[in-house]
Write a protein that binds this ligand. Structure first.
Ligand SMILES: CC(C)(COP(=O)(O)OP(=O)(O)OC[C@H]1O[C@@H](n2cnc3c(N)ncnc32)[C@H](O)[C@@H]1OP(=O)(O)O)[C@@H](O)C(=O)NCCC(=O)NCCS
Length: 178
């Protein structure tokens, strides 16, 4: 994955993004294509993809929103599927990472790390007003939790039984901030 390029997402990337999303999340936790399209529209600078130019394949994505400081951080707004066009504000001081995933065949090759660091660097450089970075992760998603911890995020709260995969026990959400 030496040649992987990180670039801003385009609406035309949507099928590749949804394919990664599908591989990354269990039924019951997946979000709609229309929502991802809205995320690209609302904040394209905060939506990055990892592409192998030789293969012409997109193998990872990360997307985000900027929230105003008075935005409550509660289960309602954190709920999967909330509307980015309502919550995102370009002058927001809080970065909220909405979704992140890599293709199974691309995992363990530092693509996730590259995407995550690219997003943080871009936000730090272009949106210097941002003072806090926020995300939620299931207690069960060890790879993601390790990555976030290594990048300096700390657990600040939990929401019990927040994630409800179909036909499986509910999982607690861990809220992490930096
Ligand atoms: C989380 C995810 C994006 C990581 O992508 P990736 O490209 O495989 O990650 P990287 O190869 O860049 O690994 C970066 C770090 O993540 C952690 N990590 C990655 N895979 C891991 C694994 N299988 N077990 C434990 N930690 C792991 C490690 O800290 C790793 O750093 P290290 O190799 O120096 O120890 C990927 O596993 C994924 O898509 N998971 C399913 C979806 C998901 O959980 N998304 C997060 C939503 S909050």
């Amino acid at each position: 994955m030496e040649k992987v390029v990180i670039r801003t997402a385009r609406h035309s990337d949507i099928d590749a993004i949804m394919n990664i999303e599908h591989e990354s999340f269990l039924p019951g936790l997946r979000e709609e294509k229309e929502l991802y399209l809205k995320r690209i529209t609302a904040f394209p600078e905060g939506f990055l993809v990892a592409e192998d130019p030789d293969l012409g394949q997109i193998g990872g994505y990360i997307c985000s929103e900027l929230w105003r400081e008075d935005q409550n951080i509660n289960a309602d707004v954190l709920a999967l599927g909330h509307d980015p066009l309502t919550v995102h504000h370009a002058d927001g001081k809080h970065l909220y990472i909405t979704s992140f995933g890599t293709l199974k065949s691309w995992r363990g090759q530092k693509v996730g790390l590259k995407l995550f660091q690219a997003l943080e660097n871009k936000i730090d450089n272009r949106f210097p007003q941002v003072v806090k970075k926020i995300l939620i992760v299931s207690e069960k998603w060890t790879a993601a939790r390790n990555l976030y911890t290594k990048q300096g995020f700390k657990e600040t709260a939990r929401i019990i039984d927040f994630f409800t995969p179909d036909d499986l026990p509910a999982e607690d959400a861990v809220i992490m901030m930096k």
